[in-house]
Design a protein around this ligand. Structure first.
Ligand SMILES: Nc1ncnc2c1ncn2[C@@H]1O[C@H](COP(=O)(O)OP(=O)(O)OP(=O)(O)O)[C@@H](O)[C@H]1O
Length: 253
């Protein structure tokens, strides 16, 4: 298994500002085809910058000053705020068809019919398929499904997810997470999943990297890491997952 080609491999990735202030230091991990890796940690720990560097979308003012990123195959990304990821002035089906047209190099007609198939696969209502709808006419969950459809239109070998459910309400969060996981099984893409929520990361990923202040402080198999956390910061993250008070009380003898 170790010899399988990774879809992405980071080796000592180091990012800094133009004035050389370090932001991410010596981050290394590899993700094999179809596997899922979670980057967890508090706000500002360097998760998003690490993720963005994989797809080459570092914000201006941040640069790679060390390490290597090796990627094979295609890559797509889902962002935190689905509404901001869509063009407010274009009907959503048109936006999706545009991505299909450019990424799959098919005719305009074929692009539209592939877009409609993707909408169906993502469980979007028929009304979206028959009427032109704009992003503001959709719920947050529906917008995120459109954004996921756009990412899948790129036929990714690697799907980068940057807190894709944080902007959604909790019931929709679960549906979107289930959707990403189900389609991963069906389509076989690998996932790198960024979240500050350890419970979400552990439900989605078989391997975790815990990040703090730009460094990975602990990484490994999810179950093993949760059963036997070695770093005090990992234990602190685990303790900060809120228990359900009612269940806690019932568990008390
Ligand atoms: N364009 C930028 N210029 C300078 N510093 C930046 C820039 N973007 C991010 N940073 C800094 O880099 C560090 C890591 O940011 P990053 O967005 O990767 O954190 P994060 O772990 O994803 O946090 P969050 O969960 O809040 O998104 C933070 O200290 C942040 O302030």
């Amino acid at each position: 298994m170790k010899d399988r080609n990774p879809v992405v491999e980071l080796d000592g990735l180091t990012l800094a500002t133009r004035s050389r202030q370090p932001l991410v230091s010596g981050v290394s991990f590899r993700v094999e085809a179809g596997a899922s890796l979670g980057l967890v940690g508090e706000s500002g720990s360097g998760k998003s910058l690490t993720l963005r560097s994989i797809i080459g979308l570092l914000p201006s003012g941040v640069q790679r000053v060390g390490g290597q990123i090796r990627r094979s195959g295609s890559c797509a990304m889902i962002f935190q705020d689905p509404i901001r990821a869509l063009d407010p002035l274009c009907p959503v089906v048109g936006q999706l068809a545009e991505v299909v047209y450019y990424r799959q190099r098919v005719s305009r007609k074929a692009a539209r019919s592939i877009a409609l198939e993707l909408l169906e696969m993502l469980g979007l209502p028929d009304s979206l398929r028959t009427k032109d709808r704009y992003p503001h006419q959709l719920s947050g969950g529906q917008c995120q499904r459109i954004v996921i459809a756009m990412a899948l239109a790129c036929k990714p070998d690697l799907l980068l997810c940057d807190e894709p459910t944080t902007a959604l309400d909790v019931t929709v969060q679960r549906q979107i997470l289930d959707l990403i996981a189900r389609l991963q099984k069906e389509l076989g893409y690998a996932v790198v999943f960024v979240t500050h929520n350890l419970a979400v990361a552990s439900s989605m990923c078989s391997e975790l990297c815990v990040m703090k202040e730009g460094r990975i402080v602990e990484q490994g198999d999810t179950l093993q890491l949760l059963r036997d956390p070695q770093h005090s910061y990992t234990r602190m993250l685990m303790n900060s997952v809120l228990p359900l008070p009612e269940l806690e009380r019932r568990a008390d003898p």
